[in-house]
Design a protein around this ligand. Sequence first.
Ligand code: IMP
Ligand code: MG
Length: 188
Amino acid sequence: MVSTVPEFVSPDVMEVLLSKEQIAERVQAVGEQISAEYKGQSIVLIGVLKGAAIFLADLARAIKVDNTFDFVAVSSYGRARVSSGAVKLIKDIDNPIEGRHVILVEDILDTGLTLSYLRGLMLQHKPASLKIATCLDKPSRRLVPIEADYACFKIPNAFVIGYGMDYAERYRGVPDIRLYPDNPPAGH
Ligand code: IMP
Ligand code: MG
């Protein structure tokens, strides 16, 4: 993989796509929907590191049913330029999920390669149910058929940063979601 460190662009000059107020409102609504649908049950939220960490933290606080967290991490190769679609698990779940109600929590559902790989992997553990929650959904980018059960926002094909999402590992702490100016950036 070619890796040249891009220059830092201040997020202040980037256009806000979704404000922190808009995000908070939708995350709350999705949390309420999940709380209603899983009423009386226990769920395991499995976040995909690192991008989903902030969304999971907010979503969990909006979910009123019994829940625990776990995390997985994946690395993908050539998703952008080569589109080989190869995804590799670099951190597995810590606790068994057999017979549990699982929600995979992701920052963005883009080509769908990451989540279809993870869904397949998690299904091998025989959970009682498996759903997908994503903060953002870019349906126009899909390469494999997969849909989120819960999506806070559907967005057009644009590269965004903030609210956990990065460009070259930067900007994850930006509290709103902004359009990266060189869009799409090289390598995406
Ligand atoms: P995919 O669905 O397998 O293509 O990959 C989804 C992953 O690509 C997400 O978890 C993000 O890490 C990354 N990604 C896709 N679009 C964006 C974006 O606009 N900004 C930041 N990361 C993105
Ligand atoms: Mg990610």
